[in-house]
Design a protein around this ligand. Structure first.
Ligand code: NBY
Length: 821
């Protein structure tokens, strides 16, 4: 380690502080009974170090007038914070010893912590990884988000069906966050716009709002790994602007006085649980605006504290990254503020916005591309709508018309407003028009953004569309979650691989070293033993750590094709029933996935997997060769347990549908071998590990396009493949749902009469073949060990530090702390 930061506390000092907090902050005397109190005391102890570093970080950036990146995201999937913060501050062993001397195992203390689950899936977790990298690399960054009272719902299974219960992550407080009343903001909503004529003939617009909401910021510190930085994640909570209407109260309308408060507080109450569909609900729109307005006001306030009314430095000081289109209203809010509150000319305000905003696209799925009705805009944000129209007018008349004169079709296609029975605002178009850079999240995805999603925009703005391949933080996703493997890597790699992940490539030279292979695979085995215990505890199913642990963990969605794996499991089961000696290494299929509560087929897929699992796991005829478990309540903390124990990583989306994937990176980093399609970041993973160390199968993006062009008919596969036919027919029987035939029919129906929109049947045979090859490879222990080691060794590209460096070099143009010239 080149420049290790000094350990901030000794074990004795740490223990003393923990005891002080137990005594004076929590008034706890009976320690042994109360691991929760110990957790809190440990967090408060860590906070003493964290807040001191935060103050230093702020001081440095003020003095040096550092340009800042402001990351706007409706979602942050942070998971638990303690273990990560201890690792990043190099206090892990200190805390472990201190806690042990109080009679506790540090892991048991971690188990008391709640996940901060303020996100749905990949997009929210990416934001969390990026914050970790930004702090680790000493960049001046603020994450802005919403302080949801309830994060993503908790999932239970009742007789195989998903049941959602509310997430109460801060029912008893969150030790990491601090409220910042001094930075409260007031946000206007509704009302009307008045036009006032100025003496010079121009018109001044005044927005008379109908309601004001208070935004209260909560700061969560983000601790860099072995760095000088602690940044903040600032989360906005909505409150009624005046807590109580005393006039109403005094006139006897007690209930009404409360209702305004309830209405205001509803805004930050709950995270919308849809991962790939636009909810289209008014409350969601207000959430987005509330959060954007608070964040823009805060960014301006921070700027003005340093530069006062001099706007000349604003775009040099500030860059804003929009994490998908969800925070797009921030663009309109900045325009409105500059024009209406600071008297900017329209052109100057627009030019400024075009220097400040950049947008990341995370999906090509049409149902995920956000649209809001013009009518809703008009009711909630009348002034913003006017500004939006003015941007559209400029765009169509000054830019579209120049390149495509008199082309009405083109105007209609590119317009920010979609005409139709109900006029809609295309949020992505507003983003592309106003941002200076637009990026996709893996090379193949960014290429498709250019060629299929926004080809005309790419013509109009030739250098705007670009790629930044996603990454994951190796601190959480290797160092903290897989301590044994980390130690082994420490022994072989001289530099600090957690900060320089490419240095792991040196372990590739041990890929054929018998001793190293043994050490590597015995760590995997130990991790599998631990996961097997967890599986038994959460599902009641006994699994053998000698079996292949085959993992598919991600949100449940048809395009991710959990049901392709499910269909293949049925096929394997059928082969085993036909021939109990069927040659296959025992395999445990491990699923983890939440379905959006309103997504019918996703929930049917969960049910079907659970029902088939019940049958298979209790069938003595197949000699335990096949097991299937669906672990409930998949979340960051569960991922941290599953990933180190995975042998196989299932990344089997329909080519062209998964923008990137990030679980694929985490699993490969921990030595799992991917079976996957040429989709998202799988393509780049294959490039890094080489064809011998990954199982690629299925139709490519071009093949998938050709299938559609030739008139895709799923019945062709059904009628010509006896195995497909038998498995689909099986679903209509009561074999898996005794006495209730047809309970699993929905899947078969969607694949046949539903047209198989995600082309499962077209990929089935090749998937089955790849699985056979995988099975053969696993049986050769040396070969498999080599593959697993190469996967870990070659993941250097996929650290989120590299993603952040790409953003910094190509989009944000930041300078880190202490590297000023
Ligand atoms: O973003 C995911 C992509 O599917 C995945 O391929 C990629 O690796 C990851 C990070 O770039 N997208 C995702 O997680 N999206 C959402 O969670 C999401 C949430 C809300 C809405 C849409 C998508 N929404 O419309 O409200």
């Amino acid at each position: 380690m080149a420049t290790a930061i000094k350990k901030p506390l000794t074990t004795a000092q740490f223990k003393k502080k923990v005891l002080q907090h137990l005594n004076f902050t929590s008034s706890q005397d009976d320690l042994a009974q109360n691991p929760t109190a110990v957790l809190k005391a440990v967090c408060l102890t860590v906070n003493e170090v964290v807040y001191e570093k935060l103050t230093e970080t702020n001081k440095y950036h003020k003095e040096h007038k550092s340009r800042s990146i402001n990351y706007l995201s409706l979602e942050y999937l942070m998971g638990r914070m303690l273990s990560n913060n201890l690792h990043n501050l190099d206090l892990f062993d200190v805390a472990q010893k201190a806690v042990a001397s109080l009679g506790f195992e540090i892991e048991d203390i971690f188990e008391e912590g709640h996940d901060l689950a303020l996100g749905n899936g990949g997009l929210g977790r990416l934001a969390a990884c990026f914050l970790d990298s930004l702090a680790t690399m000493d960049f001046n960054a603020v994450g802005y988000g919403i302080h949801y009272e309830h994060g993503l719902f908790k999932q239970q299974f009742h007789q195989g069906r998903q049941i959602e219960t509310p997430d109460e992550w801060r029912e008893y407080g969150n030790p990491w966050e601090v409220c910042r009343p001094e930075a409260v903001q007031y946000i206007p909503l509704f009302g009307h716009v008045e036009s006032i004529a100025n003496n010079d003939g121009s018109v001044k617009k005044v927005w008379h709002s109908g309601q004001t909401i208070k935004g209260v910021p909560w700061d969560v510190p983000i601790v860099g790994y072995n760095s000088k930085t602690v940044n903040v994640l600032r989360l906005w909570e909505s409150r009624a602007s005046s807590h109580f209407d005393w006039d109403q109260f005094n006139s006897g309308a007690y209930q009404d006085a409360h209702s305004a408060q309830n209405h205001a507080e509803t805004i930050s109450k709950v995270l919308y649980p849809n991962d790939e569909t636009d909810a289209g609900k008014e409350l969601r729109f207000i959430q987005q605006y509330f959060f954007c307005a608070c964040s823009i006001k805060d960014i301006i306030k921070r700027y003005q504290e340093q530069f006062g009314d001099d706007w000349s430095q604003f775009s040099k000081q500030v860059v804003i990254q929009l994490n998908d289109t969800h925070p797009t209203i921030a663009i309109l809010e900045l325009m409105r503020t500059l024009i209406d509150e600071y008297d900017f000319a329209w052109n100057d305000a627009f030019a400024m916005c075009r220097e400040i905003f950049a947008y990341t696209n995370h999906t090509l799925l049409p149902e995920a591309l956000e649209k809001w009705s013009v009518a809703l805009f008009d009711r909630v944000l009348p002034r913003h709508l006017e500004i939006l129209f003015s941007i559209n007018e400029f765009f169509l008349n000054e830019e579209v018309a120049k390149l495509w004169p008199n082309d009405h079709q083109m105007r209609g296609r590119l317009s920010i407003i979609e005409e139709g029975p109900e006029k809609m605002v295309r949020m992505a178009h507003l983003c592309v028009v106003t941002s200076f850079k637009v990026n996709g999240v893996a090379q193949i995805h960014s290429d498709l953004v250019k060629s299929d999603l926004f080809p005309e925009f790419n013509q109009l703005y030739p250098n705007k569309l670009t790629n930044v391949t996603n990454g994951v933080t190796p601190r959480r996703w290797l160092k903290a979650c897989n301590p044994e493997l980390s130690k082994l890597l420490d022994s072989k790699v001289k530099t600090d691989w957690a900060k320089n992940l490419s240095s792991l490539s040196t372990v590739a030279k041990f890929a054929d070293d018998e001793k190293f292979q043994q050490e590597f695979m015995s760590i995997k085995h130990n991790n599998k033993v631990k996961l097997a215990e967890e599986i038994l505890a959460s599902t009641g199913v006994v699994v053998s750590p000698d079996a292949i642990f085959d993992v598919q963990i991600k949100r449940l969605h048809e395009y991710k094709r959990q049901h392709l794996s499910f269909l293949h499991i049925l096929a394997l089961y059928r082969r085993l029933l036909a021939d109990p000696d069927y040659d296959m290494h025992p395999r445990v299929y491990i699923f983890g996935a939440k379905a959006a509560p309103g997504y019918y087929l996703a929930k049917e897929i969960i049910y079907a997997i659970n029902k088939v699992a019940d049958k298979i796991n209790n069938d003595d005829r197949i000699n335990g060769k096949l097991k299937v478990v669906f672990m409930p309540n998949y979340r960051v903390t569960l991922a941290e347990k599953i990933i180190p124990a995975a042998d196989v990583s299932e990344q089997i989306s329909t080519a062209g549908k998964e923008a990137s994937g990030t679980g694929n990176m985490k699993l490969a980093l921990n030595g799992a071998v991917t079976i996957g399609t040429l989709d998202g970041a799988n393509v780049e993973i294959a490039e890094e590990v080489g064809d011998d160390n990954i199982f690629i199968f299925g139709n490519t993006v071009d093949d998938i396009k050709a299938l559609a062009a030739n008139g895709y008919n799923p019945y062709d596969y059904y009628n010509n493949d006896e195995e497909i036919k038998a498995c689909l027919d099986w679903l209509h029987t009561d074999y898996f749902t005794p006495g209730k035939p047809g309970e699993l029919s929905a899947i078969a129906h969607s694949l046949l009469d539903g047209g198989d929109p995600y082309r499962l049947l077209a990929d089935f045979a090749d998937y089955a073949k790849a699985n056979t090859a995988l099975d053969q490879a696993y049986k050769d222990k040396t070969r498999w060990a080599r593959m697993a080691i190469i996967n870990t060794a070659k993941m250097g590209k996929f650290t989120s530090d590299r993603s952040i460096q790409d953003y910094v070099d190509n989009i944000w143009k930041l300078t880190p702390m202490n590297s000023k010239n």
